[in-house]
Design a protein around this ligand. Structure first.
Ligand code: SF4
Ligand code: SF4
Length: 94
Protein backbone atom coordinates (compact mmCIF):
# COMPACT_ATOMS: atom_id res chain seq x y z
CA UNK A 1 0.00 0.00 0.00
CA UNK A 2 2.65 2.52 0.99
CA UNK A 3 4.81 1.43 -1.95
CA UNK A 4 1.94 2.16 -4.30
CA UNK A 5 1.38 5.53 -2.64
CA UNK A 6 5.05 6.34 -3.10
CA UNK A 7 4.90 5.32 -6.72
CA UNK A 8 1.92 7.57 -7.32
CA UNK A 9 3.59 10.45 -5.51
CA UNK A 10 6.70 10.06 -7.63
CA UNK A 11 4.60 9.93 -10.75
CA UNK A 12 2.81 13.15 -9.86
CA UNK A 13 6.13 14.78 -9.03
CA UNK A 14 7.48 13.72 -12.41
CA UNK A 15 4.55 15.27 -14.18
CA UNK A 16 4.95 18.56 -12.38
CA UNK A 17 8.68 18.87 -12.87
CA UNK A 18 9.94 20.01 -16.25
CA UNK A 19 13.01 18.11 -17.41
CA UNK A 20 16.05 20.36 -17.72
CA UNK A 21 19.16 19.18 -19.53
CA UNK A 22 22.56 19.64 -17.92
CA UNK A 23 25.46 21.60 -19.41
CA UNK A 24 29.22 21.10 -19.50
CA UNK A 25 30.87 24.49 -19.33
CA UNK A 26 33.57 23.94 -21.92
CA UNK A 27 35.93 26.60 -20.60
CA UNK A 28 35.81 25.23 -17.03
CA UNK A 29 35.94 21.49 -17.85
CA UNK A 30 39.33 19.84 -17.34
CA UNK A 31 38.60 16.73 -19.39
CA UNK A 32 38.74 14.38 -16.41
CA UNK A 33 36.08 12.17 -18.04
CA UNK A 34 34.59 11.06 -14.70
CA UNK A 35 31.21 12.16 -16.00
CA UNK A 36 31.17 9.98 -19.12
CA UNK A 37 30.91 6.47 -17.61
CA UNK A 38 28.21 7.43 -15.07
CA UNK A 39 25.73 8.83 -17.59
CA UNK A 40 22.91 6.27 -17.86
CA UNK A 41 21.94 7.34 -21.37
CA UNK A 42 25.45 7.83 -22.83
CA UNK A 43 24.75 11.42 -23.81
CA UNK A 44 28.15 12.86 -22.80
CA UNK A 45 30.24 12.73 -25.93
CA UNK A 46 33.39 14.14 -27.46
CA UNK A 47 33.22 16.65 -30.31
CA UNK A 48 33.83 15.14 -33.74
CA UNK A 49 37.10 17.04 -33.88
CA UNK A 50 39.08 17.25 -30.66
CA UNK A 51 39.29 20.79 -29.35
CA UNK A 52 40.96 22.29 -26.31
CA UNK A 53 39.69 25.09 -24.12
CA UNK A 54 41.67 28.14 -23.03
CA UNK A 55 43.05 26.14 -20.08
CA UNK A 56 44.45 23.57 -22.52
CA UNK A 57 42.00 20.73 -21.75
CA UNK A 58 39.88 18.77 -24.20
CA UNK A 59 36.24 18.68 -23.19
CA UNK A 60 33.17 16.58 -23.93
CA UNK A 61 29.68 17.98 -24.22
CA UNK A 62 26.18 16.91 -23.25
CA UNK A 63 23.64 16.03 -25.91
CA UNK A 64 20.82 18.07 -24.41
CA UNK A 65 18.13 16.31 -26.45
CA UNK A 66 19.05 13.01 -24.80
CA UNK A 67 19.93 14.11 -21.25
CA UNK A 68 17.36 12.86 -18.72
CA UNK A 69 18.23 15.31 -15.94
CA UNK A 70 19.52 12.64 -13.53
CA UNK A 71 22.45 14.55 -11.99
CA UNK A 72 24.93 11.65 -12.04
CA UNK A 73 27.48 13.62 -14.05
CA UNK A 74 27.42 16.57 -11.69
CA UNK A 75 27.92 14.27 -8.70
CA UNK A 76 30.91 12.61 -10.39
CA UNK A 77 32.68 15.71 -11.73
CA UNK A 78 35.68 16.81 -9.64
CA UNK A 79 35.84 20.31 -11.13
CA UNK A 80 33.60 22.87 -9.48
CA UNK A 81 31.44 24.70 -11.98
CA UNK A 82 32.25 22.41 -14.92
CA UNK A 83 28.71 21.01 -15.00
CA UNK A 84 25.55 23.06 -14.55
CA UNK A 85 22.17 21.58 -13.65
CA UNK A 86 20.46 23.64 -16.31
CA UNK A 87 20.58 23.92 -20.07
CA UNK A 88 22.99 26.62 -21.22
CA UNK A 89 23.92 25.61 -24.78
CA UNK A 90 25.84 28.85 -25.29
CA UNK A 91 28.41 27.63 -22.71
CA UNK A 92 29.06 24.33 -24.50
CA UNK A 93 31.58 24.85 -27.30
CA UNK A 94 30.86 22.09 -29.79
S1 SF4 B 1 32.62 17.83 -16.99
FE1 SF4 B 1 33.84 17.32 -15.19
S2 SF4 B 1 34.00 15.06 -15.14
FE2 SF4 B 1 33.27 15.65 -17.20
S3 SF4 B 1 35.13 15.78 -18.43
FE3 SF4 B 1 34.75 17.86 -17.65
S4 SF4 B 1 35.90 18.02 -15.73
FE4 SF4 B 1 35.76 15.83 -16.27
S1 SF4 C 1 22.27 14.71 -16.04
FE1 SF4 C 1 22.31 12.45 -16.24
S2 SF4 C 1 21.57 12.07 -18.30
FE2 SF4 C 1 22.16 14.24 -18.24
S3 SF4 C 1 24.29 14.28 -18.95
FE3 SF4 C 1 24.33 14.13 -16.72
S4 SF4 C 1 24.49 11.92 -16.29
FE4 SF4 C 1 23.81 12.13 -18.44
Amino acid sequence: MSRLANKEANHSFGLKEKRMPYTIVSEICEGAEDCIPVCPVDCIVWPAEEKKNAKGFKYPYIDMDTCIDCGACLAACPIEGAILDEGKPELQLV
